[in-house]
Every structure is written in structure tokens, then in C-alpha cells.
Design a binder for this molecule. Structure first.
Ligand SMILES: Cc1cc2nc3c(=O)[nH]c(=O)nc-3n(C[C@H](O)[C@H](O)[C@H](O)COP(=O)(O)OP(=O)(O)OC[C@H]3O[C@@H](n4cnc5c(N)ncnc54)[C@H](O)[C@@H]3O)c2cc1C
Length: 377
């Protein structure tokens, strides 16, 4: 039987929607399948905002990918006629000189010759009076950073994928897949499909589809909270208040955004609750979740202890042990690409990862060294 599709994309969140778009825009016959109707709030790509930053404290190796990522987000805004998917605000990084955040940011900026402004502590209050002074902390501003709207980005990629001829099957769950000669067969709750190639971008559900192949994929439940900030709302608006990250103790980070329609959003990075069974996931945000975020964030904004809580959401990180992405073909299966680009920092890369994955599937190569993201690293 002749395969109808060139590529099947399983999971249409941040990574899958971008991959489906890049494949379809190059003329591939694409089938995208999702168990829900993206953008939705059950995975990792919801909650109004995601930080995008160029001075990448995690490792300088990400910078070239980020540079391409910015170009592709702007191209998406243009092609989908969706302005302001990306909004530049700058990213204020706060931490001690030896913190991973400050040390890593300086290293990335130096290695790639990126603009990075050091704000002297005596001047920080004048420049950003919203932040409480933190004794002994450095303040670095990445002027290229800003925020993306995840729901609008996913929708824009999917709309364009369809415009380029992709077929989407939504509210349809993939139950199994198997290689079939040099192609693949995919079974879902509704039927069976065949294609030349398969890409699995199932986010926190990935282990259900690939088992324990490659690095462990540990899912952690995170809580984002939206507060009502004090005083003049204009003080917290994107043109006056940047996205920020603060490493307040060794390896312990909080981050937040300017005021948006849902409120002023903050969260704790990592150290979330482990999730071993996606079916048993607690989606409601409970008082102890709120207390944890309030406690951490009030180190930098003491008013948060008492601030009115406007909204909350649970969301999922899918972490590899080294927190790097997983982008590789299944062992012995060059027709099956596995992509788990999360570890709590993947969204900003979705545009470039979509392009990379389309190139890997259609050309067998891409413009970046993916060694750090291999299964056998
Ligand atoms: C609270 C929070 C804050 C974050 N902040 C940032 C940030 O500021 N900056 C940043 O760059 N990154 C951030 N991230 C990380 C980023 O959001 C993720 O890297 C990214 O959203 C992961 O996208 P994904 O496509 O891998 O997963 P998802 O978006 O979850 O998509 C997976 C899709 O697969 C579908 N699926 C799964 N299994 C099946 C199946 N069997 N059949 C059919 N469909 C299936 C799901 O329904 C889902 O739609 C954050 C993440 C969280 C949770």
C-alpha cells in the first residue's frame, strides 16, 4: 500500500506545530495528529507568556540557534499576519557574581560578542524602582530579550501549516506506532495512517510513545501565578518593566514578566513536583502551590506576600538529566525522529527546532551541530 503522507507529526504543541509548518511550507505532505486541540492547557505550551533571551546563561552553544530562532519568529509574525508574537522588553538577570545565572550570562555574551549591560547597584533603583535592592547581587540586562505569546505562536504555526496543505487530526490520540519497511504505520483512537517518516513531539507524554529509549525524561509539575501589582499599572507595563530572572540562592531561580491582560505573572524555575503518571496529574493549583511561589518571589518583591492572586495555572516541564534537549532519530530507525525540547526552556527555540526537524526529515542534515542533543550523549 502506498503511504499517503510524507511525514506524520505526533503532538502539535510548540515543537510539533512548528515542525508541521516548516515541513508543509517545503511541500511535504504532512499529517499532524494531537490528542487535544492545540493550543490547549494540558501540556507545556500555555500560560500567555514565555521568555525569549539571547544571552543564554545555560550554555553558549544555544546562541546560534537562538539567533535563527529570532529571525523565524519575526518571519512567522509576517507570514501569519500576527504582529507582536514576540515583544522585546529586555531581561534583567539578578544574582551573585558566582551564580550560574550571572556567570553563565557573562560567558555566553563574551563567547558570542553579545550586548550585555551591567547595571550598577546604586543605579538599579533609579532605572527599575520596582525591584527591591538585593545586597551583593549583580544586575545584568540582556537588551535583546523579551516574551513570546505561546498560544498565539502555536496557532500561527498550525494555521500556516494548514494553509500550506497540512492535514490536522485533532482530538485523536496516537495509541501506537511501528516501522513498516522504510516507512511507518501509526495507530490512533480513530484509525491507522502510513507515511514515509514520523516525528514524535509529544511533550510530557513522550515516554508513553518511546518507552525508555534515550535519556530519562522526567516530568515536573510547575505552577505559574498572576498577581495584581501595587500602585500605578503603567509601572509594570512592558515598556517600563522587563522580563526578569533572579537566582536568589544556589541554583534556585524565580522569573517573571511585565503586566499583561491576565495580570503580573511569576513562577519558580525547576524543583517542581515529579509527575510519574500523566493520568493522575493534579491540574488544580492548591494553597501550598501558591505559598511556595509567594515565598520565593517575595524575596525580590515583598508585596507579593499579600498581593491579590488573579489567576493560576499548572504546566509541565519534561527534563532530561542534563537539561539539554533531545533531538535524534530512534536507534536503527532513520525514519523516526524524536524531539523533546523542553527541560523548562524550550519554547523560544520552537521556531528554529521546527526548521531543523524539517531539514533533518527532508534533507537528512541541518545547519547546527546537534551532538549535545543526541540520545547517546
Ligand atoms: C510553566 C512553564 C514555563 C515555561 N517557561 C518558558 C520560558 O519562559 N521560555 C521558554 O523558552 N520555555 C519555557 N518553558 C518550556 C516550554 O514551554 C516547552 O519547552 C515547550 O512548550 C514544549 O513544547 P512541546 O511541543 O515539547 O510540548 P507540548 O506543547 O506539551 O506539546 C505536546 C503535544 O503532544 C500531544 N500529544 C502527546 N501525546 C500524544 C498522543 N499519544 N497522541 C496525540 N497527541 C499527543 C499533546 O496533546 C500536546 O499537544 C516553560 C514551560 C512551562 C511548563
Amino acid at each position: 500500500m502506498t503511504a499517503i503522507y510524507d511525514v506524520i507529526v505526533v503532538g502539535l504543541g510548540a515543537m510539533g506545530s512548528a515542525t508541521a509548518y516548516h515541513l508543509a511550507s517545503r511541500g511535504a505532505r504532512v499529517l499532524g495528529i494531537d490528542q487535544h486541540e492545540p493550543p490547549h492547557e494540558f501540556g507545556s505550551s500555555h500560560g500567555e507568556s514565555r521568555i525569549i533571551r539571547l544571552v543564554y546563561y545555560e550554555h553558549p552553544l544555544y546562541v546560534p540557534m537562538l539567533q535563527r530562532s529570532y529571525e523565524l519568529w519575526h518571519q512567522l509574525e509576517h507570514d501569519a499576519n500576527e504582529p507582536n508574537l514576540l515583544r522585546i522588553t529586555g531581561n534583567l538577570m539578578l544574582g551573585s557574581e558566582n551564580s550560574g545565572l550571572i556567570h553563565g550570562a557573562r560567558r555566553a555574551a563574551e563567547e558570542h560578542d553579545l550586548p550585555l549591560e551591567e547595571i550598577k547597584s546604586s543605579y538599579l533603583q533609579d532605572r527599575f524602582p520596582q525591584f527591591m535592592p538585593m545586597a551583593g547581587f549583580k544586575a545584568l540586562l540582556d537588551p535583546a530579550a523579551g516574551m513570546l505569546n505561546p498560544e498565539r505562536c502555536v496557532k500561527a504555526h498550525l494555521d500556516l501549516a494548514v494553509r500550506h496543505g497540512a492535514t490536522l487530526r485533532l482530538n485523536e490520540r496516537v495509541t501506537s506506532w511501528a516501522p513498516m519497511g522504510s516507512g511507518v504505520r501509526v495507530r490512533t483512537s480513530e484509525g491507522t495512517y502510513e507515511a514515509g517518516k514520523l516525528v514524535l513531539t509529544a511533550g510530557p507524554w513522550m515516554s508513553e510513545l518511546v518507552g525508555d529509549v534515550g535519556p530519562a525524561l522526567n516530568v515536573e509539575r510547575q505552577t505559574a501565578l498572576w498577581f495584581q501589582p501595587p500602585g500605578d499599572r503603567e509601572m509594570w507595563a512592558p515598556d517600563r518593566f522587563p522580563v526578569f530572572m533572579c537566582e536568589f540562592a544556589d541554583g534556585q531561580l524565580i522569573y517573571g514578566f511585565p503586566l499583561q491582560p491576565r495580570g503580573w505573572k511569576v513562577a519558580v524555575h525547576y524543583q517542581g513536583e515529579p509527575v510519574t503518571d500523566m493520568r493522575a496529574l493534579r491540574r488544580d493549583v492548591e494553597p501550598h502551590d501558591v505559598a511556595r511561589v509567594r515565598n520565593a518571589v517575595s524575596r525580590l518583591f515583598d508585596w507579593v506576600k499579600e498581593a491579590p492572586l488573579l489567576e493560576s495555572a499548572a504546566c509541565l516541564y519534561t527534563d532530561t538529566p542534563d537539561l539539554r534537549f533531545l533531538i535524534d532519530f530512534m536507534p536503527e530507525m532513520p525514519q523516526v525522529l524524536v524531539s523533546s525540547a523542553c527541560s523548562g526552556h524550550g519554547f523560544k527555540f520552537a521556531s528554529v527546532i521546527g526548521e531543523i526537524q524539517a531539514k533533518l526529515l527532508l534533507d537528512g542534515k541541518c545547519d547546527f551541530d546537534l551532538t549535545p542533543f543526541r540520545m547517546d550523549r
